[in-house]
Design a protein around this ligand. Structure first.
Ligand SMILES: [Zn+2]
Length: 136
């Protein structure tokens, strides 16, 4: 049940001229809809003055941060292309330090986990190899 926002609403959002409830609604939608973020970026580019860059807005609100779960899936290459693009954009173009740190932390964890898992797996095979049924 994602609602569609008008251009006027998105412009007001960029100007922080919406009511808190509407701001929250848009932020929630932005997290779920990468295409809405693209619309917002286009509108921001078109706005004269450009009083603030999107990156500033993003950093200020941290609105578009992927969840830690999404970052983890991204690391594993287990997210749809569109979301992967968006996360890459968020990390590299926006340069979100919060998510970069989160990602680095997840990366370290995954490396540790896979090291543990593979040594466990090796032990399991070493000890159980002799007990596997021969014909099936
Ligand atoms: Zn972020």
């Amino acid at each position: 049940m994602s609602r569609t926002f008008t251009r006027a609403e998105l412009e007001a959002y960029l100007d922080e001229a919406l009511s808190p409830a509407d701001m929250v609604a848009i932020e929630a939608a932005l997290r779920k809809q990468p295409e809405l973020m693209r619309r917002l970026a286009e509108i921001n580019q078109g706005l004269s003055g450009g009083s603030h860059t999107l990156a500033e807005i993003w950093r200020r609100h941290r609105i578009t941060c992927p969840t830690r779960q999404h970052l983890g899936s991204y690391l594993l290459g287990a997210v749809p292309d569109e979301r992967a693009d968006y996360i890459r954009f968020h990390l590299q173009e926006i340069g979100c330090r919060y998510c970069q740190a989160n990602l680095a932390d997840l990366q370290r964890q995954q490396e540790e986990n896979s090291a543990v898992a593979s040594s466990r797996r090796r032990k399991y095979f070493d000890t159980s190899a002799g007990y596997l049924p021969r014909d099936r």
